[in-house]
Write a protein that binds this ligand. Structure first.
Ligand code: SF4
Length: 191
């Protein structure tokens, strides 16, 4: 039987797992309830250390410009190597944002492979602004994931997929996925 999960971190307020000033907690802590899961295999610890090391280098370089974009591109290069081809899954409505992300990644020497969302003639029933029912082209995050799976990219950066489509993409994608930008309609507008 599955054990009951308690949201200890909401009531804890110590953040002891971060600063360790209180010594080992003896109760009401995820580290106690999930002692087995907290212990890592060496390969798992190595993977996390590799990600931490790549991120630390980003902070050490203090690169000028958009911090988050710099973080992304330098992390990708340090973690996957400058010979990697980076997958990008984008909404067609976010294509110019995807272009900015791709140019940044390629400026580090990596290649990119982009797959946008309007694949396969799907339609979405909707109500337009004057209240009239209409259909418009729909997104196909399953096809996006399948295409990128076939291209064997080590990682996919998501740029502007809708909430829900990102979820479906992540479930179907075999590579690592970095949800870099989730769709923000007020920012990105519509097609
Ligand atoms: S893991 Fe434990 S110490 Fe950390 S916030 Fe949750 S309950 Fe507190």
């Amino acid at each position: 039987m599955q054990k009951e999960h308690v949201n200890h971190c909401l009531t804890c307020r110590t953040k002891n797992c971060y600063h360790r000033k209180l010594g080992a907690k003896t109760s009401n802590c995820l580290e106690i309830d999930y002692a087995k899961e907290v212990r890592l295999e060496p390969s798992e610890a190595e993977l996390i250390n590799k990600a931490n090391s790549a991120t630390r280098k980003v902070f050490e370089r203090r690169t000028k410009g958009d911090f988050t974009l710099n973080w992304l591109k330098t992390f990708l290069r340090d973690f996957f190597g400058d010979q990697a081809t980076i997958g990008v899954a984008s909404c067609l409505g976010s294509i110019e944002t995807a272009r900015t992300v791709i140019e940044a990644i390629e400026s580090e020497g990596m290649k990119t492979t982009l797959v946008t969302c309007k694949l396969g003639g799907l339609t979405v029933k909707n109500i337009d602004k004057p209240g009239v029912p209409c259909e418009h082209p729909g997104c196909n995050p399953v096809a996006q994931a399948k295409i990128l799976n076939g291209l064997n990219v080590p990682v996919v950066v998501l740029v502007g997929l809708c909430i829900g489509h990102d979820m479906i993409f992540i479930k179907h994608c075999k590579s690592y996925v970095i949800p870099f930008i989730t769709k923000m309609p007020l920012t990105f507008g519509t097609l």
